[in-house]
Design a protein around this ligand. Structure first.
Ligand code: IDC
Length: 444
């Protein structure tokens, strides 16, 4: 039937179009929960239970959700900016167990411990719901740090994870991180004891959720965990790095763990020093992300915050709580999000689109006026013109505006004009494609 054929043709065209979009990556979003479904650990990889493909989460961690440099960014608006503009497909909610307003030790905060807890759980709930509505994955992080040994608050941890795994059992996008960074001499066997009690509590409610376990020495010793991994399925082990401090030696630890097929997730990293401040090292950062991507390991940048420290992804003191454009990002934020877009292949950030809307007009005095439409991301434009249609003996001119007057032209001659956008790249320039050629005869 005709109508049927027409429909099929339209469907075919849509299919071809979506294949082109996929191939060239001109979509603006990273793949999400509706693409992958629940996550599953298979061998040393995080995979999709839906397609079986390996999955890389490119995420952002909040700062501590107990502080005003952290929790105000838990919102649908903030997360959707991260997703739509910066190719982020996962969020980590970092809930400190100690320090001011901490879940287990509120450290002098002027509220009861019970009320601190209910506030923190409310924030987690807001975060989980926002991520869920946006098709994003979300990690609930029991942020052990000053408390050093997760066994210190094991009872609280079990009660907490019992409650939240019950609440989010049906959420395919929720992952549980049971101890951020054991430290202060906490051994892998200490951590294993803790994990062997906490994991079954979660499993009872949420039998197949991915659970992430911290490793000794601020989650650096994945090589040690690899020697005696836990006896559960769907477990990943944490590696954290701060690129200006942790370099080759730490990457070697990762390689050792991978040689033993340990499933690793980088639930926190920074370009800064381990303090969260100081130098930013993007070249070490690139080495790390290359290694992680090559091994399909997920990573989460610390932190979505405007705190005045170099690991923060937003400009220090910036007041916007969502809708950040590049100018609102810190040096680290700019770098991290550019990497995410490139690495997720969601936007071909290196390619400038070709110039369109080129218009030529005679101007008195053997001149022409050239105008065109702006290309997003361009730093300027290069105009090429010649009396030869093949652009032999052409002249070139570079401008940063979207209009220019060309002068000293020859009367009665026909000129051919084309132009392309460019981006400054180090010492040189990166050019987009040329516009269509337009011609004009010089009259006056
Ligand atoms: C840092 C924050 C900083 C805060 C400090 C103590 O960036 O503003 O004052 O914690 O609460 C980690 C931890 C993470 C640290 C981060 C940077 O998981 O909580 O955040 N870091 O020091 N491990 C290595 C580095």
């Amino acid at each position: 039937m005709r109508i049927g054929n027409v429909k099929i043709n339209i469907l075919k065209q849509m299919l071809v179009l979506s294949m082109i979009i996929l191939a060239f990556g001109f979509t603006s979003k990273a793949a999400g929960v509706s693409d992958y479904g629940a996550l599953k650990v298979s061998g040393r990889y995080l995979t999709s239970s839906k397609t079986g493909d390996k999955v890389i989460l490119r995420g952002v961690s909040t700062h501590g959700i107990n502080w005003d440099v952290g929790y105000p960014y838990i919102s649908k608006d903030a997360f959707s900016t991260l997703k739509d503009e910066y190719a982020v497909n996962a969020i980590r909610l970092a809930m400190y167990t100690t320090e001011y307003f901490g879940y287990c030790d509120k450290a002098g905060a002027g509220e009861s411990q019970e009320s601190v807890r209910s506030t923190l759980k409310e924030r987690i709930d807001n975060g989980v719901k926002a991520a869920t509505e946006l098709d994003m994955y979300v990690i609930i992080d029991w942020h052990v740090l000053n408390d050093q040994n997760p066994n210190k608050y094991k009872k609280e941890a079990k009660a907490f994870f019992k409650e939240i795994s019950e609440k989010y059992a049906s959420y395919d996008n929720v992952l549980y991180e049971i101890c951020n960074e054991p430290n202060g001499g906490t051994s892998w066997s200490d951590i294993s004891k803790y994990a062997n009690e906490v994991i079954p509590v979660i499993r009872k409610n949420d039998s197949d959720a991915v659970i992430i376990v911290g490793t000794p020495t601020w989650s650096q010793d994945v090589d040690i965990a690899a020697e005696s991994p836990l006896a559960f399925d769907n477990i990943m082990y944490t590696l954290h790095f701060y690129a200006a401090t942790h370099k080759d030696n730490y990457r070697d630890k990762l390689k050792k763990a991978l040689d033993k097929e340990l499933p690793v997730m980088v639930t926190e990293y920074g370009l800064s020093e381990a303090s969260g401040n100081g130098n930013i090292d993007t070249s070490e950062g690139a080495k790390w992300l290359d290694l992680l991507d090559a091994n399909s390991i997920s990573y989460f940048a610390w932190s979505l915050s405007n705190k005045d420290e170099s690991s923060a992804l937003l400009k220090a003191g910036s007041s916007k709580k969502s809708g950040w454009s590049e100018g609102d990002l810190s040096k680290a934020g700019k770098w991290v999000f550019l990497q995410y877009k490139k690495r997720a292949g969601v936007t071909n950030v290196d390619t400038l689109r070709k110039v369109i809307g080129l218009k030529l007009k005679n101007v008195k005095g053997k001149k022409i006026r050239v105008k065109w439409s702006a290309v997003s991301g361009a730093d300027g434009y290069q105009i090429v013109y010649s009396t030869n249609s093949k652009f032999k003996k052409s002249k070139k001119k570079q401008v940063t505006s979207t209009a220019v007057k060309l002068s000293k032209l020859k009367k009665k001659k026909t000129y051919y004009v084309k132009l392309r956008a460019y981006k400054n790249a180090g010492a040189g320039k990166k050019f987009g494609k040329y516009s269509a050629v337009k011609k004009i005869k010089i009259k006056k």
